[in-house]
Design a protein around this ligand. Structure first.
Ligand code: GLV
Ligand code: MN
Ligand code: MN
Length: 421
């Protein structure tokens, strides 16, 4: 099965017929179906399948033993962990609400397709090659982005993760147990990480720089620091038709000021700040809300700028809340520091690609990725595939089939180089 058939077999899972967007939230039925799809794709290729203690999936192409030391590699690979020096690719299968088809899945389908291509070419790696699917990368259900890779690497405390709950109040351990996992086992896995030599994530570009550069694929330079902050505005519920304006404590008003403050602070500092999720409680059209909960997503080229943007937004939220008789509290839900990918690995990828005549310009991004989290423990790199409109986290996200195939070729090229003799 080539890229196209594999891609088509994943497309229907978790797609909302009305919007055309994906709702693949961790540990729900669509996520379970995506996991079954992953397992079937791996089994069809004769790859060994593991699920780690944090619910991340791994499919392993293990080289056969040989007389030049490969047998030791294979002997370790037969155990519960991969051999030393494994080369892993992959991404995630979960989505944001009404997300596009490509963010995450493109990296996983391309990983399997790259293995197919290498086998067709008769390539025999000397190191294991893995395809990984990381859990809850978007944080769409439990609020903490890259939860699976953060748990794996120890970037989040397992007790803090176990305290996370979704919008229905279901806690992470309950959701994992319902999906057949053991939530008591979550936490870092140093042995698994010690077996991996490098991680290369292929991802759709989330912007349209490659289009302007005339390149089908690019290489990641770094990731802007970014995070999410939850703002709770607590006011007083009342009648919309009878309460005098002077008597109101309407949380919607400081919330509205905060939305505009975010936009202004981002514009003033060359950053990005977005309130994309808001919940008004109890949500009556003819009532003043008792509370408004809003999530601020902020990203900037450096941490000092990010701090400045978030401080300015919070200061304005507090001032407006005081002016309207509302209480506001702010809690940081997730944060990822500025990250530069491993320069040695990136240069090696660039020369392997250029030896095959593939030009891959360097791009910085404001989007977070599991590769960014794993970079704290391993050499990691990223390949981007051109996105003509630049739209992402939305149903219109798209890459041309020819560019997806160019991505598979580029990924196969770097896997062959890294996993070869
Ligand atoms: C992940 O896609 C993020 O940057 O929000
Ligand atoms: Mn995403
Ligand atoms: Mn992604």
């Amino acid at each position: 099965m080539g890229f196209t058939e594999l891609w088509d077999s994943l497309l229907p899972i978790g797609r909302d017929e009305r919007t055309g967007g994906y709702r693949r939230y961790s540990w729900t039925q669509p996520d379970t179906d995506c996991r079954a799809w992953f397992t079937a794709a791996a089994a069809e290729r004769g790859l060994r399948i593991d699920c780690d203690r944090d619910g991340n999936l791994w499919a392993w192409w293990i080289p056969p033993p040989d007389d030049s030391g490969g047998s030791a590699v294979a002997a370790r690979a037969a155990g519960p962990q991969p051999a030393v020096g494994a080369i892993v690719t992959g991404s995630h299968l979960d989505s944001v609400p009404d997300g596009g088809a490509y963010d995450g899945p493109l990296g996983i389908v391309s990983g399997f397709a790259a293995i197919d291509l290498l086998r067709d070419r008769g390539v025999e790696p000397v190191r294991p090659v893995g395809v990984a699917a990381f859990a809850e990368e978007e944080g769409a259900r439990f609020g903490l982005a890259c939860l699976g890779s953060r748990l794996l690497t120890g970037a989040v405390d397992p007790a803090a993760a176990a305290a996370l709950s979704d919008s229905a109040g279901i806690r992470l351990p309950e959701a994992m147990a319902a999906a057949g996992l053991d939530p008591a086992a979550i936490g870092p896995d140093d042995d698994l990480l010690a077996g991996i030599g490098a991680f290369v994530e292929l991802h759709i570009e989330q912007g349209s720089a490659l289009g302007g550069l005339g390149a089908a694929v690019g290489l990641a330079d770094g990731i802007w620091p970014h995070g999410r902050w939850r703002l709770d505005f607590n006011g007083r519920a009342d009648h919309a038709g009878t309460t005098r304006l002077a008597d109101r404590r309407d949380p919607m008003l400081p919330y509205a000021v905060t939305v505009l403050a975010a936009r202004q602070a981002a514009a003033d500092h060359g950053a990005l700040a977005t309130i994309g999720k808001v919940v008004a409680e109890p949500g009556g059209a003819n009532a003043i809300s008792s509370a408004v909960r809003a999530w601020l997503d902020a990203r900037a080229p450096d941490e000092a700028t990010l701090d400045r943007v978030v401080s300015e937004v919070c200061a304005q939220a507090e001032a407006a809340a005081a002016a309207y008789g509302v209480e506001v509290s702010v809690r940081r839900e997730s944060f990822t520091a500025r990250l530069g990918f491993d320069a040695g690995l990136r240069d090696r990828l660039a020369s392997a690609l250029s030896a095959r005549g593939i030009a891959a310009p360097l791009l910085a991004t404001g989007a977070g990725h599991d590769a960014g989290v794993l970079a704290g423990r391993l050499p990691t790199a990223m390949l981007f595939v051109r996105n003509p409109s630049g739209v992402s986290h939305a149903p219109a996200e798209y890459a041309e089939p020819a560019d997806c195939l160019a991505g598979v070729t580029a990924l196969a090229t770097v896997l062959e180089d890294l996993a070869g003799p």
